[in-house]
Design a protein around this ligand. Structure first.
Ligand SMILES: [Zn+2]
Ligand SMILES: [Zn+2]
Length: 183
């Protein structure tokens, strides 16, 4: 997914791409199922030999509720910023101009380089923001630990008795140990 930075003399322009999870090289993530291709929207601002790309990637996905595992439709999105500077003819690459920054990626392009590869930036932006802690509602009470039924929907009267049984097992175990020690 190459983006040509210098094809247009325009100061400002926008480009939109569509790309699948596989093309982005993202492995399937449990509990997050994209419902189509990812849309990548890039706003490109050019000042002569410096280009700034602000990208946003979005996809509608079915995401499991972190408590009850019900699917929820949720927009999975991420954003990235790349600033690319083209080296002028005869100018040498200055290391101090290349820096790692959490929010902005700086790239120095060779004189004859006109495009940047977007996949890596999109990939990282998405993985920084995987929707793992989404809940179907603040009131979601999750699943009964004993029978697995969704709490709140249907009455679940097993929870107290199941809990009691488990405590009973533990109590029996302790009692047995106690009696063994006595013998
Ligand atoms: Zn839920
Ligand atoms: Zn239950």
């Amino acid at each position: 997914m190459k983006l040509d930075l210098f094809q247009s003399k325009d100061h400002k322009r926008e480009e939109t791409f569509s790309v699948s999870l596989e093309e982005l090289g993202i492995e399937k993530i449990d509990g997050v199922e994209p419902l189509g291709d990812f849309t990548i929207n890039c706003r490109i601002i050019r000042n002569d030999d410096i280009v700034r790309v602000s990208g946003k990637v979005t996809v509608n996905a079915n995401v499991e509720c972190a408590r009850c595992l019900d699917p929820i439709e949720h927009e999975w999105s991420g954003s990235f910023t790349v600033v690319a500077k083209k080296t002028k003819k005869g100018e040498s690459l200055n290391d101090s101009e290349t820096s790692d920054n959490d929010e902005i990626n700086y790239i120095i392009l060779k004189t004859d380089e006109n495009s940047i590869e977007l996949s890596g930036f999109v990939h990282d932006a998405l993985l920084l923001d995987v929707p793992f802690k989404i809940v179907c509602g603040e009131n979601c009470r999750g699943l009964c630990p004993a029978c697995g039924i969704k709490l709140g929907n249907e009455p679940c009267d097993c929870s107290s008795s199941h809990a009691d049984e488990r405590w009973q097992d533990l109590k029996n175990l302790l009692d047995n140990n106690g009696s063994k020690n006595k013998n």
